[in-house]
Design a protein around this ligand. Structure first.
Ligand SMILES: [Zn+2]
Length: 87
């Protein structure tokens, strides 16, 4: 099963602009849309191939939040600002 999952990940990996330009691989990371620690699976539907720096930035800013949770948070911030009194 592990080997099969590895093959699926390998097939999913495509060179990004950085890889093509520098001829390097391994600059991408798989991001789990629903984190594995929260029950997310290994299916391709749950994986996003993302540049490693962007991936690190995502987790620095949003920890293990899903994209929907981040959107909900940003909407709450916008709503709160609209209701904020100007001094
Ligand atoms: Zn991630």
């Amino acid at each position: 099963m592990r080997a099969m999952q590895g093959e699926r990940l390998q097939n999913f990996r495509k060179p990004n602009r950085y890889n093509k330009r520098k001829g390097k691989s391994g600059r991408n990371r798989h991001h789990f849309l629903l984190p594995r620690s929260r029950g997310g699976g290994m299916s391709l539907n749950n994986l996003l191939l993302i540049d490693i720096e962007k991936h690190n930035a995502w987790h620095t800013l949003f920890k293990n939040a899903t994209a929907q949770e981040v959107l909900d948070l940003l909407e709450r911030v916008v709503r709160a600002k609209k209701h904020q009194q100007v001094a």
